[in-house]
Structures are given as structure tokens and as C-alpha cells.
Write a protein that binds this ligand. Structure first.
Ligand code: NAD
Length: 322
């Protein structure tokens, strides 16, 4: 065990849960904080506190005695959720992010990570399926995803100003579609890999599943183990500008369905619902800077990551079905 005390906010959520385990394995003392308990598995944290981080006093409590903070708490979900809830997401996340930064600064936290998103990138650069990979400097002139994306960009700026004005050391990571076991897979907040795994797990061989949009929209997807490794490496680095963290293999949602169907060993046909939100037409990560800064890049293949994710989701839905 080393002497460094670390706070992970959003520790009851998907990435936070995995990150707590990763940091514990590295020998840190870890405090987890969330507004809810972890849904699927007990936390590995030494101390877990249920706190609403929209309240400044709760952020002060969370940061007390902490050396480092990984700020992952956010009101978030897949495209269905973030399209339907602009006002609530903007308010909740702005309160969490401003209060967490200030509470960490007052508590003399020496290293801080903010989790931003590819949703900050301008919509005008993401209008075609064969989109050019997005570089960090493409963020401006800004035209972020409504609600969720604008708040993320605003919080990135808050981090930059805290560094400039208070010398408050921090890092901003821009995730590109992280997926894996223990992520939300039902209820409206799930993202496309989890939703497709659930639909195929519930389907019989030769069934049809619903796909949002025409399925030609493209994305890149990054497995959770690579995500936590990348986060950790960024925290150890001196890089304080926002950095992409994702895979750079661009595939369509239809191809994603085909890979999951193959993993599941089922023949699946698609029924496209064109009334459902599909987000930007194409989005990919340019990993040039990631490789340069971290001397590393995500290594888990989409096929291997989806096999593990499908296995976990099909276990969950079979427990519910039986
Ligand atoms: P998640 O929804 O599983 O986890 C977020 C956690 O924050 C949840 O457990 C939630 O209960 C908690 N939270 C929400 N409001 C809170 C509050 N008021 N007080 C305390 N806790 C609160 O999401 P995730 O996928 O683990 O995402 C973690 C971070 O990464 C978030 O900042 C998210 O915006 C960002 N991100 C994730 C992805 C992705 O693909 N998963 C992509 C881009 C950015």
C-alpha cells in the first residue's frame, strides 16, 4: 500500500467502479463517492460515501484529506437520454464540476482529473459517416453537442482557468464511447454497445432487433480496461491540455450489430427505427497526441471487448428472465 489517498467520484457508476478496483490493485487508499451505491458488484473502495455532489458542502466532505481526485460523477447516459434532458444535465453537471474543482482546490488536492467527452467536438465536423478523426485542437470554433457537450466544454475551461489562476494541477480526458461489463445496459441511459448486446441476448436465433437510425452512423469504441489504464497514465503525466482517449477504429452501428451477433452465435436481422435519435453522423478519435503523450494506446480489440461485454450482459438478462 502506498501513502497516497485518492478520491474517485462517480464510483457507483461504470468507469468509476472499474477505476476504484484498478487503483486498489496499485496499492492506493481509495475513497469512492456517488449519489447511489454500485448497482452490480460491491465496491473495492476502502471508504464509500453516499453524497450528492451538486452540494458544495458534500464536495468539501468528499475531498477532505485527499491527495488526488478523479472526478467522474456526472448525470449522463446514451444518446436517447442526453437528447431528452438538456436542462437537467447542464445544471446537474455544472454544479458538480464547479463545486468539485473549488472543494479540491481548498483541500489542497495535488492532482486532479476531469472526465470530458468526445461530445465537445463541433457538430459541423461530424456530418458524414467517413468523418476525419477528431484532433484535440478541433474543439474550436465550438459547436458542441447540445446540453451535455456544452457543459463538458465549459468544465474543461474551468479546469484551464484553475490551472492558470491558481496553479491547480489538473488533466482533462475526452472519452470516446467506453464500453464493457458492469455498464448500464437497460433503463434508457445505456449506450449503443450495451443496448445492442442486450437486444441480441434477449433475441432468439434468426430474430429481428430494432436499431436506432439507419445504422450507417459511425463511431469508435474503447474497452473499459484500456480506459482505466489511459486515465491512470494521464494522471502520472505532465500533460495538462485536454487529451482524447478512445480507439481509432471507425465502424458503423450495423457493423457493431454484426460483430455482436457473431459473438453470440446468432443470425440476427435489423429493423431500423428512423424516428429515434442517432447523434452525429460520424465520430472517430485521432490518437496522434495520445500516443505521443502517454507512449501507449488502447490495445483491446473490439471483438475481444464485445465478447466479454456480451457474456456479462447475457448473464444479467438470463437472471432476469429465469
Ligand atoms: P455512469 O453514469 O455509469 O457514472 C456516473 C456516476 O455519477 C453515476 O454512478 C451517478 O450516480 C453519479 N452521479 C450523478 N450525479 C451525481 C451527483 N449529483 N452526486 C454524486 N454522484 C453523482 O457513467 P460513466 O460511463 O461511468 O461515466 C463517467 C464519466 O465519464 C462521466 O463524467 C461521463 O460524462 C464521462 N464520459 C463517459 C463516456 C462513456 O462512454 N461511458 C463517454 C464520455 C464521457
Amino acid at each position: 500500500m502506498n501513502d497516497i489517498k485518492v478520491l474517485v467520484t462517480g464510483a457507483g457508476g461504470f468507469i468509476g467502479h472499474h477505476l476504484v478496483k484498478y487503483l486498489k490493485d496499485k496499492g492506493y487508499w481509495v475513497r469512492g463517492v456517488d449519489i447511489k451505491n454500485p448497482e452490480f458488484q460491491a465496491t473495492a473502495a476502502d471508504d464509500f460515501q453516499l453524497l450528492d455532489l451538486r452540494e458544495f458542502d458534500n464536495c468539501m466532505k468528499a475531498c477532505e484529506g485527499m491527495d488526488e481526485v478523479y472526478q467522474l460523477a456526472a448525470d449522463m447516459g446514451g444518446i436517447g437520454y442526453i437528447t431528452a434532458s438538456h436542462a437537467a444535465i447542464l445544471r446537474n453537471n455544472a454544479l458538480i464540476n464547479l463545486h468539485m474543482l473549488e472543494a479540491a482546490r481548498i483541500n489542497k488536492v495535488s492532482n486532479y482529473l476531469y472526465t470530458s467527452s468526445a461530445c465537445i467536438y463541433p457538430q459541423y465536423l461530424q456530418k458524414s459517416a467517413d468523418v476525419k478523426p477528431l484532433k484535440e485542437e478541433d474543439a474550436y470554433p465550438a459547436d458542441a453537442e447540445p446540453g451535455y457537450g456544452w457543459e463538458k466544454l465549459f468544465a474543461e475551461l474551468a479546469c484551464k482557468y484553475y490551472l492558470e489562476d491558481y496553479k491547480f494541477r489538473n488533466h482533462c480526458v475526452r472519452f470516446h464511447n467506453i464500453f464493457g461489463p458492469l455498464g448500464t445496459y437497460e433503463g434508457g441511459r445505456e449506450k449503443s454497445p450495451a443496448a445492442i448486446c442486450r437486444k441480441i441476448a434477449l433475441a432468439n436465433d434468426e430474430d429481428e432487433i430494432e436499431v436506432w437510425g439507419d445504422g450507417l452512423q459511425t463511431r469508435s469504441y474503447c474497452y473499459i480496461d484500456d480506459c482505466v489504464e489511459g486515465i491512470y497514465r494521464l494522471m502520472q503525466s505532465d500533460h495538462t491540455e485536454p487529451l482524447n482517449l478512445g480507439q481509432d477504429r471507425l465502424i458503423s452501428v450495423n457493423e457493431l450489430v454484426n460483430i455482436v451477433a457473431k459473438v453470440a452465435g446468432k443470425k440476427i436481422t435489423r429493423r431500423h427505427d428512423l424516428t429515434k435519435p442517432q447523434g452525429v453522423r460520424g465520430r472517430n478519435s485521432d490518437n496522434t497526441k495520445l500516443r505521443e503523450v502517454l507512449k501507449w494506446e488502447p490495445i483491446v480489440s473490439l471483438e475481444d471487448g464485445l465478447a466479454k461485454t456480451y457474456e456479462w450482459i447475457s448473464e444479467q438478462v438470463s437472471v432476469v428472465k429465469s
